[in-house]
Design a protein around this ligand. Structure first.
Ligand code: SF4
Ligand code: SF4
Ligand code: SF4
Length: 182
C-alpha cells in the first residue's frame, strides 16, 4: 500500500504488443510502433496515442452517445473524458461503439485520471468515515486514523470514490497532473 502521493503506474508492454497485433499493417502500423506504448489520458477509455487518435477519430460522436454514465463530452478536438461529472464503469461500450479503432480494447484500460483528496476529508479531521474505501471496486483505498486515505498504485482511475464522498473531498485530476503535485 502506498500513500495518495504514489506515482501513477506506467503503460505496459502488453498494451504495445496488443496494438501491434491490432494495427500492425501499413502507415497505421508504423505509427503504432512509434507511439503504441503511450495512452492518451484525456480521451475516452481505451484511446490510442493522441497522434494516432487524431488520424483515426472522425468525431462521429458514437462513443459519447454510448456512454450511459455521461462522462464523455465532444469538444472541438474530439471526445474527451470528464470524471468530474460521474464515474466510469469500465463497461467498454464506448470502445465497442467506435467504428475506427480510435478506441481500442487492446489499449491500456486505465482512465488516466487519479483521485486527489483534500484536507477536509472526514477520515483525517474526525476519523469517522470510510465511505470511499468501502466503495472502491478494487480495494485501492486504505483508511488510517487521522491521516488522509491512502491510494494504492492499483488505482485505475474509475472515479467511484468521488461519487462516494458525500462532502466532496475527492476530485479526479489527470494522472500527469497528479504526479506533478506529489
Ligand atoms: S467505459 Fe462505459 S462508462 Fe466508461 S467512458 Fe466508456 S461508455 Fe462511459
Ligand atoms: S474508486 Fe476508482 S478512482 Fe477511486 S481509488 Fe478506487 S480505483 Fe481509484
Ligand atoms: S468518503 Fe470523503 S470524507 Fe470519507 S474518507 Fe473518503 S475522502 Fe474522506
Amino acid at each position: 500500500m502506498v500513500t495518495n502521493q504514489e506515482p501513477n503506474d506506467a503503460p505496459t508492454n502488453t498494451s504495445r504488443r496488443g496494438l501491434f497485433r491490432a494495427l500492425g499493417r501499413g502507415v497505421q502500423g508504423a505509427i503504432v510502433q512509434e507511439y503504441g506504448h503511450l495512452v492518451n489520458t484525456r480521451r475516452p477509455l481505451g484511446a490510442v496515442e493522441e497522434t494516432l487518435f487524431q488520424r483515426l477519430c472522425n468525431q462521429c460522436g458514437n462513443c459519447v452517445s454510448a456512454c450511459t454514465q455521461q462522462v464523455l463530452v465532444m469538444t472541438d478536438t474530439g471526445p474527451v473524458m470528464d470524471l468530474t461529472l460521474n464515474h466510469c464503469t469500465f463497461c467498454a461500450d464506448c470502445i465497442t461503439a467506435c467504428p475506427n479503432k480510435a478506441l481500442n480494447r487492446l489499449a491500456h484500460l486505465d482512465t488516466g485520471w487519479r483521485p486527489k483528496i483534500s484536507s477536509s476529508c472526514n477520515a483525517r479531521t474526525m476519523g469517522n468515515c470510510e465511505e470511499c474505501a468501502e466503495d472502491c471496486p478494487i480495494g485501492a483505498i486504505a483508511i488510517e486514523p487521522d491521516v488522509l486515505p491512502m491510494i494504492s498504485d492499483a488505482c485505475h482511475g474509475c472515479g467511484v470514490c468521488v461519487s462516494s464522498c458525500y462532502i466532496g473531498a475527492l476530485t479526479m485530476i489527470p494522472a500527469e497532473v497528479y504526479q506533478r503535485t506529489l
